[in-house]
Design a binder for this molecule. Sequence first.
Ligand code: TRP
Length: 337
Amino acid sequence: MTLTATNPATHRPTATRIRRLTGCKPTGHLHLGTLLGMIRPMLAAQHDTDSIMMIADLHALTVEHNPARLREYVAEQARVLLAAGIDPDRTILYVQSDLPEHTGLHYLLESATGYGEAQRMTQFKEKGAGAAGVRLSLLTYPVLMAADILLHDTDAVPVGDDQTQHLELARTIATRFNARYGEVFTVPVGQRPGVAARVMDLTEPRAKMGKTNEAALGTIGLLDPPDLVRRKVMRAVTDTLGVVGHDRDAQPGVTNLLEIYQACTGEPGGFTSYGALKAGVVDAVVAQLEPIQRAYAALSPREVDRVLADGAERAHPRAAATLRRAGEAIGLGGRGR
Ligand code: TRP
């Protein structure tokens, strides 16, 4: 690429591509919801964007955790992401704590964020406020997320409903910092993933499918063997209407199954019974998971470690430059100039 004019807002040549960052919190096994809502859009985008995929292990420390499990989840998630098609030649895949710049910028941004602003975050109010043993890091979590995003001069962040408010805070902090201390940060925009961004729990179809323990029957893990997928789908909650209809309010379970089927196959379905719908979903999901599981088995933990080390090395120079720029703007360092 030939270097052309530099965009003052991005500090990059105007010809460069959109930079996209996704973060994934290693608090459990990756599941079908992550595949359809997060990994798929990332795969589609990695050809024509400058993509970064970060495993947010620091974020996993905001709630009760087990150190050995955390390490296992980080390794497993990295391996699953690669198995699912994240291409390390196109996407920088790295572990958040491998770059100390995240915590460095987090502190600077904390000093540009109001206590009340953090306290007002809905997710904190729901999960944290008032509960015994709540970690201080849960309150400041959205500021760390802002640091993740701003560190990389990120243009676009794919966000689901639960992260929209946090992205908004990142934009507010960036804008305020730039206005007060000088144009340091790129102000990012949120991107909503398209269809099937919301895969719901099979046993509780009004709640989002989430990372939980392996015993959870409502969540399809990306490493679940076919017979387990079958068992879970066959036990999925439907209703007594007996009509395969698409209506999130009246028929949340059936609608979820239909949407999973459509997201996996790209076909509308045309099922006339719940039994046929479930059988169709089993086949569709197993067909999605099979190649991922094969690739997972073929990857060695050492290869994965190598990819992560390389990712951190590639991500580091820009992160270090942003932190230096932010520090100098806010009044640190810069002596002897
Ligand atoms: N907070 C996000 C979640 O819980 C994960 C995350 C951490 C993230 N840092 C990020 C997402 C930066 C996007 C950008 O899902």
